[in-house]
Ligand binder design. Structure first.
Ligand code: HEC
Ligand code: HEC
Ligand code: HEC
Ligand code: HEC
Ligand code: HEC
Length: 192
């Protein structure tokens, strides 16, 4: 695959829930291609004929406080291809999180933060969907492609980034951090 040659770490998306050839075969991108026509990556990124500069985006933009949230919400919304998977809540109080990188057991505790309107990586900003999720890899502990079936995720899979990023939550939430992370989308449990 052409894209895989230069972006090998993104190709783990193949045959996961985010390979829409499997999970939403009749959905369309902004130039009216089905996943089979656009290819797995072409569902979300158009290298040619794209209208959007941002991430070569091949979908519309959904609702959300930050640009990154609007990328996910294009599909994770009532009219989107992931309408059965809309988080009940996914906001965090505005409180400029500063990313002072720490290394713990050989791993970085950085939570990626993205500029609210440009989507560029920033060192201080708010939490958005890709701060916790990496759409391209189902299981943070397993650098491999999917199994070609629609999976049900949990707090160790679900396209989440490395668990060590929870360390960053500890800076502010202490012993509550793991809990707040795990139940982030659960309005009843996210805060004791
Ligand atoms: C010959 C190598 C090469 C190939 C093949 C390639 N890319 Fe890239 N791509 C790059 C480089 C280099 C960048 C810039 C990386 C950076 O800015 O860090 C990039 C950037 C990107 C970006 C980020 C754009 C942004 O605005 O942040 C996306 C999305 C992307 N490529 C998707 C794809 C897709 C999809 C394919 C297959 C259709 C593909 N690429 C094929 C080399 C390649
Ligand atoms: C379901 C939608 C979706 C699909 C399918 C998808 N991506 Fe992405 N991609 C995103 C989103 C959202 C971002 C921005 C968030 C981020 O950087 O994690 C992104 C960011 C990127 C970037 C720039 C960020 C970086 O770390 O350099 C590259 C390169 C990229 N994707 C390549 C690919 C390639 C190659 C494929 C196919 C193998 C692919 N993507 C399939 C949604 C998707
Ligand atoms: C092009 C559409 C599209 C985009 C963009 C997209 N997704 Fe998805 N996503 C899907 C589809 C389709 C599924 C499978 C839904 C199902 O199982 O019913 C899915 C599944 C998931 C799942 C797994 C749900 C489960 O079954 O446990 C997570 C987590 C997820 N997406 C998060 C994200 C995040 C975070 C972003 C943005 C960074 C994003 N998605 C962007 C279409 C998309
Ligand atoms: C603070 C971290 C965090 C942020 C930010 C975050 N998520 Fe999640 N998300 C999680 C965790 C943890 C799970 C796994 C929950 C479980 O299944 O126990 C999850 C699960 C999901 C699922 C699967 C839910 C299901 O019913 O199976 C979807 C879809 C999803 N997230 C989408 C999003 C979208 C879209 C955004 C941004 C609007 C987002 N997430 C922001 C941590 C986060
Ligand atoms: C810079 C400090 C800071 C960091 C880092 C931080 N938070 Fe928070 N968070 C806050 C503040 C301030 C509040 C509001 C007061 C409170 O609820 O404790 C809050 C509230 C919350 C809430 C409750 C929201 C509600 O419903 O009222 C959750 C859930 C949460 N944070 C999750 C997380 C997760 C998960 C991480 C790591 C990815 C994280 N936070 C990182 C400062 C931070």
């Amino acid at each position: 695959m052409l894209c895989e040659n230069c972006h090998p770490d993104k190709a783990y998306i193949e045959k996961t829930d985010h390979d829409l050839i499997i999970t939403a075969p009749s959905s369309k991108n902004i130039i009216d291609q089905t996943p089979a026509e656009s290819g797995t990556c072409g569902v979300c990124h158009l290298v040619h004929n794209g209208r959007n500069q941002i991430k070569l985006w091949a979908q519309s933009f959904g609702e959300g406080d930050s640009l990154m949230d609007t990328l996910c919400n294009a599909c994770h919304s009532e009219k989107g291809s992931a309408k059965n998977k809309i988080p009940l809540i996914s906001t965090h109080p505005v409180s400029k999180i500063v990313n002072l990188e720490r290394i713990y057991k050989g791993r970085s505790s950085r939570i990626p933060l993205f500029h609210k309107t440009t989507g560029e990586p920033v060192r201080a900003g708010e939490i958005s969907c890709p701060s916790c999720h990496n759409v391209h890899q189902w299981n943070p502990e397993s650098k491999s492609k999917g199994e070609g079936v629609n999976r049900e995720g949990n707090a160790t899979t679900s396209f989440l980034r490395s668990r060590s990023s929870i360390l960053k939550c500890k800076d502010c939430h202490g012993v509550d951090a793991l809990f707040r992370f795990k139940f982030f989308h659960d309005p009843g449990k996210r805060k004791k």
